[in-house]
Design a protein around this ligand. Structure first.
Ligand code: NAD
Length: 484
């Protein structure tokens, strides 16, 4: 992408077109994209019609990719190189549309290159299995082979605002690696990276029929993205409410739903409290707290809680927040003023119900300061529901039974973090926490872009993402057998 100039300058306003079947299609109807820090319009994007969305699916369905594994490898590697070479401008684009600070945006571009690297390498690996058939008394002298084929129909991908580049690439790269065709609808709050990524992939040699990008008003086009006859699979990352709507609407389509989280950091009495507080601050404030795996609750043993809270407050006060384009800032804004106001209101409610505000809860527009709340109880909305922002609520606990009960006590089950060195605790956490991941002495969000990732309960149906698992979901397994 071209490097965005100062946000909001008329000359700097980007005007995007749909990408359908290799064509840039202009649309009269537009949606405005605003830079959260200034509130100024920085881009306009197309408000596609249902007819245009149908066209994207039918042209994708009519295309069959003939790319070899080597072709796919080269395209994905080249795209990764292009993003790495243009890292700065991609980072500025992320910051422009999301208000995430440049430090977060630069980190995200690095992750995007990793996704492409893993998908490229995975495309080279034969994923077939072989079964000999003479394994039992009624066996035969044959072999059964498995083959992974791309879907017959098209993948429909819908992504959230919080990682404008990474959320999109986690769907697009595995789709390319498996030779599928994909129609992507990014969040209308942060759509710009999706267009820029598509252009990089075309430049790297991707047949444009394999990836279309549409944007629009979900109340008009979402149902088409879920029910179009050419769709075989819907892959969605976003909130629980829309995820459950999709589950009911996209009938007889394969569904990959990566939904919200309410991840705990659990700090036991033997923990290295300094380390735990460092993890707490980074897990709670990175990406302005807007990660599905951000630390959203801190369950801290009462023997170490005073020291933990003292260190966390110190680290929170040391954090610089403000103008996301300031390279020294550690935290930018949240996505918009409405979101910031919501955090303010749930924190106010918690304070009214007896929680103690130790630092933060200051809002200006879409800027919301990093906030520490002590003496929170599990029934308070700030921890019962997902607070998708930079809030650190501390719940004091008396032991492991209570930690596990409270950790499992919400509707979510995405990831978790436990700070302890006791093996008896660790084994209990791993077996008894009802989540998709348990990270010992690491933030809940820790993973490789390759490794399986995803939640259970309201966080998802248990089908994972991560390059490897997404590639499995995006294929059909065919078996064939030969005399042997
Ligand atoms: P959201 O659910 O509001 O929107 C997600 C996407 O759904 C957007 O592209 C939106 O346009 C689209 N959409 C809106 N109405 C739709 C409809 N009726 N049918 C289909 N799609 C529709 O989510 P958000 O606010 O953009 O993102 C934040 C949420 O995403 C948080 O809850 C967060 O925890 C979750 N999230 C989950 C993961 C994960 O991997 N589990 C990762 C990141 C974010």
């Amino acid at each position: 992408p071209t490097t965005p100039a100062a946000p909001g300058e008329a000359s700097a306003i980007l005007h995007e077109s749909l990408r359908i079947d290799g064509n840039e299609i202009a649309c009269e109807r537009r949606i405005e994209v605003r830079h959260p820090y200034t509130g100024k319009v920085v881009a306009t994007i197309p408000k596609a019609s249902v007819e245009q969305v149908r066209q994207a699916f039918s042209t994708a369905a009519a295309y069959r990719s003939r790319l070899t594994r080597h072709d796919r490898y080269r395209i994905l590697m080249r795209a990764g190189e292009l993003i790495a070479a243009r890292r700065e401008s991609f980072a500025r684009l992320i910051t422009l549309e999301s208000g995430l600070c440049l430090k977060d945006s630069m980190y995200e571009t690095g992750r995007a290159s990793d996704v492409l690297l893993f998908a490229a390498n995975q495309a080279l690996i034969d994923d077939g299995q072989i079964f000999s058939c003479d394994l039992t008394a009624h066996g035969k002298s044959r072999k059964v082979y498995t083959l992974k084929e791309p879907l017959l129909g098209v993948i429909s991908a819908i992504t959230p605002f919080n990682h404008p580049l990474n959320q999109v690439i986690h769907k697009v790269a595995p789709a390319i690696a498996t030779n599928n065709r994909i129609v992507l609808k990014p969040s209308e709050k942060t759509p710009l990276c999706a267009f820029a990524l598509a252009d990089v992939l075309y430049e790297a040699g991707l047949p444009p029929q394999m990836l279309s990008v549409v944007t629009g008003d979900p109340s008009e086009i979402a149902d088409e993205l879920l029910t179009n006859q050419h769709i075989d699979l819907v892959t969605f990352t976003g909130g629980v409410a829309i995820g459950k709507y999709i589950a009911a609407k996209a009938v007889y389509k394969r569904q990959i739903l990566e939904l919200g989280g309410n991840d705990p950091l659990i700090v036991m009495e033997d923990a290295d409290v300094e380390e735990a507080a460092t993890l707490a601050a980074s897990g709670s404030y990175k990406n302005s707290g807007q990660r599905c795996t951000a630390i959203k609750r801190m369950l801290v043993h009462e023997h170490v809680a005073d020291r933990f809270v003292e260190l966390l407050v110190k680290k929170t006060k040391a954090l610089r927040y403000g103008d996301p384009f300031d390279a020294d800032v550690d935290m930018g804004t949240v996505i918009d003023e409405a979101a910031a106001s919501r955090f303010e209101s749930v924190v106010d409610q918690a304070i009214a119900a007896g929680a103690r505000l130790l630092v933060g809860n200051r809002r200006q527009g879409a800027s919301y300061s990093p906030t520490v709340l002590d003496r929170v109880t599990p029934e308070m909305t700030v921890v019962r529901e997902e607070t998708f922002g930079p809030v650190s609520p501390v719940i004091r606990i008396s032991g492991i039974d209570e930690a596990i009960r409270i950790a499992n006590g919400t509707a979510y089950g995405l990831s978790s973090s436990v700070c302890t060195n006791r093996l008896d605790y660790i084994t209990r956490f791993i077996t008894e926490l009802n989540v998709g991941s348990v990270n010992v002495r690491e933030v809940p969000g820790y993973r490789l872009e390759l490794t399986p990732f995803g939640g259970i309960k309201d966080s998802g149906l248990g089908y994972k993402e991560g390059v490897l698992e997404a590639m499995k979901s995006f294929t059909n397994t065919k078996t064939y057998s030969l005399p042997w």
